[in-house]
Design a protein around this ligand. Structure first.
Ligand code: BG6
Length: 470
């Protein structure tokens, strides 16, 4: 039994490259997500068909309605709207999302739209090396304005970038191919900065164009525990949260890097090029909410930078290490937690911690826009999927949210990942998250039939009872 406000937004989510398919249909351009997924086409599912939402959207929205969803968090593909990123607008792309939005509204489902979920138009990589050149931020603002003009009469909830703080650390997603780690970090810092500019531009454009529009970032939340109570281990855990997530939230909120981050940029000699007028822009853009994506907690110990652990190290004795400026954080296993088969340490309490932390720091309304369990579901002979493990996972996190609300956190919605099975961001179709099974395998498209899992019926009742029956 959990307590939620009457108007709590129960929903679920997806992203364009993971659900849509139709990767080049009706004039859509190739994206970085397509490009990277095609590198693995021989061994796992790619973006070409994904869950084929492009051709199943009516049926899928009917399922959302049946499950009782009040909100659907999804992303628009920039390259469907503007195939080369900053050129001609593609009317067919606008038409597709108009159809989706209208169908959602017809079914009383609120559209909650992300503008950019890992899928930069590939043409912008060729033209600007992606986010490295400042023009990319202006191209993004133009795209955002096209969306606000086209859909803003009906879409009032917007997210700018999905998980900028995580995306920036994954070379493949940013298309960073520079092998020298210091040079790569310099490029990364510049790209990150341009994404902050793009965020600020889009926030202001939304407020200017969309009447009653609300906009904010979706962060990949990090909650790191120290392996022991040694101060150095505590420092490593803090450092992991600060450098991976908090600096990004601070930048969105205050419009400037926190001191420790600026020191890191300076000492590494990777301070991005900034224009004097950026300061005012960054400070003027006021986000309306923070969207939190939460899957797991982390655990770290500390390693000093010395001869045994010199600068530039990425792995030490089999464990990942990170941040060599103030010593390393070394990823550790938390023996108190169970992990998913993919190694995510399952921890509902961590969600309560994160929600309290972000709310007490910024006092902005929060929504959870991702949370879920990725695993290989089994379709039984009687055509069912008994995913009690997923129910357990989501139940624990709903209880944690309810406690956070009792703690005083202004939490207004929950969109677990994902509405139906979709392509994993880098692990194909074996790793499933959905409430609905999509009948395909990595290398066999089968009939793409939609099959409701046990979690579908369970979550539907959670929504109906507003969290009272879990
Ligand atoms: C989030 C992303 O970081 O994690 C999603 O926003 C992604 O796009 C999700 O699907 C789960 O990760 P993965 O790699 O299991 O798909």
């Amino acid at each position: 039994m959990a307590n939620f406000p009457d108007n709590f937004l129960w929903g679920a989510g997806s992203s364009a490259f993971q659900i849509e398919g139709g990767w080049d249909a009706d004039g859509k351009g190739m994206t970085v997500a397509d490009f990277n997924s095609f590198k693995r086409s021989e061994i796992q599912a790619d973006t070409k068909v994904a869950s084929d939402f492009y051709h199943h959207w009516k049926e899928d929205i009917a399922l959302m309605k049946e499950m009782g969803m009040k909100v659907y968090r999804f992303s628009i593909s920039w390259a469907r709207i503007i195939p080369d990123g900053d050129g001609e607008i593609n009317p067919k792309g606008i038409e597709f999302y108009n159809n989706v939005i209208d169908e959602l509204l017809k079914n009383d489902i609120i559209p909650f739209v992300t503008l950019y979920h890992f899928d930069l138009p590939y043409a912008l990589v060729e033209k600007y090396n992606g986010w490295e050149i400042r023009d990319c931020a202006y191209a993004f603002d133009r795209y955002a304005r096209v969306c606000f003009e086209a859909f803003g009469d009906r879409v009032k909830w917007w997210q700018v970038h999905n998980e900028q703080n995580l995306m920036i650390r994954v070379d493949e997603r940013m298309n960073i191919t520079e092998p020298d780690p210091l040079k790569a970090d310099k490029i990364r810092a510049q790209m990150d900065y341009h994404m902050f500019l793009a965020h600020a531009l889009a926030v202001n454009s939304c407020h200017e164009i969309v009447e009653g529009g609300k906009i904010g970032p979706a962060v990949s939340s990090t909650c790191t525990y120290p392996l022991t109570n040694k101060p150095e281990d505590v420092w490593s855990a803090k450092m992991n949260d600060w450098f991976k997530t908090n600096y990004c939230l601070d930048m969105h909120y205050y419009g400037e890097y926190p001191g420790y981050y600026m020191r890191y940029l300076k000492e590494r000699d990777i301070v991005p090029v900034m224009k004097p007028e950026d300061k005012e822009l960054l400070k003027s853009a006021k986000m309306d909410f923070i969207a939190v994506n939460y899957y797991r907690t982390l655990c770290t110990s500390y390693l000093p930078v010395d001869d045994e652990h010199p600068i530039g190290m990425r792995v030490y004795r089999g464990n990942q290490v990170d941040f060599d400026q103030y010593g390393y954080c070394r990823d550790e296993k938390n023996v108190n937690l169970k992990a998913s088969e993919y190694g995510a340490q399952i921890d509902p309490m961590g969600l309560r911690i994160v929600l309290n932390e972000y709310y007490s720091r910024y006092r902005l309304p929060l929504i959870v826009t991702e949370n879920g369990l990725g695993t290989a579901d089994v379709l039984t002979e009687d055509g069912k999927v008994h995913d009690d493990y997923r129910i357990d996972y989501i139940k624990g996190h709903i209880e944690a949210m309810s406690l956070a609300i009792e703690d005083g956190v202004d939490l207004f919605g929950y969109c677990p990942w994902s509405v139906i099975d979709i392509l994993s961001s880098h692990q194909g179709f074996k790793k499933r998250y959905g409430f609905v099974y999509v009948n395909r395998e990595d290398m066999d498209l089968k009939d793409l039939k939609r099959i409701k899992k046990d979690s579908f019926y369970w979550y539907s009742n959670v929504i109906k009872t507003n969290g009272k029956e879990l």
